[in-house]
Design a protein around this ligand. Structure first.
Ligand code: ASP
Ligand code: MG
Length: 410
């Protein structure tokens, strides 16, 4: 008999019919002899609706009151699901974060979980009652309701699975797993049977928004097997796990991620001398803008170009910061390019297969795609290219790296 924490997201909880369907699924799993604790999100659209409401009465809503309010979306869904379960003869009990208690720090709107009391929940599971816990929320040391940041119920579920020492944390969502790439770009994308925590973190930070990144970090840290499944379609989903449990068929490369939200800034003709990187990137960092890739070449004539990327949404602000700095440094000019994308090939197998980078460059060259920037890590190769080549790059890499069919050819 296993203990599973199951999390149902907003779309799975999107209507009374869907909540009924979730209750049916839980009833079936329980009838098969498993213990289940459930975490749910607000019904889809609800958190956005509440946020909009707050902004109608205040242009900068007080953060304590905002947490107090947006946490209510989950309070509605736990009660509805518990009712639906009882309707089906399944003993259930709903809990908001403070009733559990899920204790967090005081960072409003982005609180971190400090501890979870498991007594009541464990007793429920033991007695065959299904505890239904509100995701996304907790309580601070002064009794204030806190929330964990958008998408935070994934993290609630993993934290609960850790605290309850569950055998698996299962995230039910509207996709049936993690894919080798976005199926909207490459219809031949394949669902991965397994992916490692590390790979998932790379893919998530590169824009595959299946899970909140923090939940993957959390699960990786505590070695909680995390499974992504569809609440609408039966299947094994994708297991996110340790490298030693990765299946052979998912061996070398796990996937191709891409990010359209990239902008490239270049300061041309900067003098090649110590302190340039600090002078340019210091103020960017101070403005809380995250810099992704950085390229600076050695100079042959005493001056060089300095290029870096930021999120497109930060481009204008970055230009405003960099332009005066460039002038002060005596640089030739500054320009920004936004019609670019970052494409990344991710896989732990790269550590032992050094040929992957060469293959990536070869494929792009064959397709006539110019690479504007490159960056690599132990398990990732990223290139920045013109955005009109995104589909071509993803599809040709997907094919050349053998991602269409299980077991990548080396
Ligand atoms: N309801 C919250 C949100 O929309 C938390 C979640 O869905 O995970 O962000
Ligand atoms: Mg979500």
């Amino acid at each position: 008999m296993a203990l599973w924490v199951q999390k149902y997201g907003g779309t799975s909880m999107g209507s009374p019919e869907r909540i009924g369907h979730v209750a049916d699924k839980i009833a079936t799993t329980r009838a098969a002899g498993h213990q289940i604790a459930v975490v749910v999100s607000a019904m889809s659209g609800e958190t956005n609706r509440l946020l909009a409401l707050a902004h109608e009465v205040s242009h900068r809503p007080d953060l304590r009151e905002l947490d107090q309010m947006i946490a209510t979306g989950e309070q509605v869904s736990i009660a509805l699901l518990a009712m639906a379960l009882k309707e089906r003869g399944v003993p259930a009990r709903s809990y908001i974060g403070s009733q559990v208690a899920v204790r967090t720090d005081q960072a409003r709107g982005r609180a971190r979980i400090l501890s979870i009391d498991t007594e009541r929940l464990a007793a429920d599971c033991h007695a065959g009652t299904v505890p239904v816990v509100a995701g996304f929320q907790g309580v601070d040391e002064d009794g204030n309701i806190t929330t964990l940041g958008r998408g935070g119920s994934d993290t609630s579920a993993v934290a609960l699975a850790t605290a309850l020492k569950a055998d698996e944390c299962q995230i039910y969502t509207d996709v049936d797993g993690v894919y080798t790439t976005d199926p909207r770009v490459e219809p031949r994308a394949r669902r991965l049977a397994t992916v490692t925590f590390e790979e998932m973190l790379e893919m998530a930070s590169l824009g595959s928004k299946v899970l909140q990144i923090r939940s993957v970090e959390f699960a990786g840290k505590y070695h909680i097997p995390l499974r992504v499944l569809s609440s609408f379609k039966d299947g094994p989903g994708t297991l996110i796990t340790l490298e030693e449990h990765k299946m052979m068929e998912d061996a070398v490369i796990s996937g191709i991620a891409f990010d359209r939200n990239e902008a490239q800034l270049t300061v041309t003709g900067v003098p090649d001398k110590p302190g340039i990187a600090a002078a340019i990137l210091g103020p960017i960092g101070a403005a809380n803008i995250e810099v992704d890739m950085i390229v600076q070449n050695v100079s042959s004539d005493g001056s060089t170009d300095f290029t870096f990327t930021v999120a497109q949404t930060d481009c204008e602000r970055s230009m405003e910061i960099v332009e005066p700095v460039a002038k002060r440094l005596g640089a030739k000019g500054t320009h920004a390019v936004t019609d670019i994308v970052k494409v990344s090939v991710v896989g732990v197998g790269m550590r032992s297969h050094p040929g992957i980078a060469a293959k990536v460059f070869e494929v792009l060259a064959r397709e006539g795609i110019n690479i504007r920037m490159i960056s690599t890590s132990e398990i990732k190769i990223s290139v920045v290219i013109e955005d009109k080549y995104l589909e071509l790059a993803v599809r040709s890499l997907h094919k050349a790296l053998g991602l269409e069919t299980p077991a990548n050819p080396r």
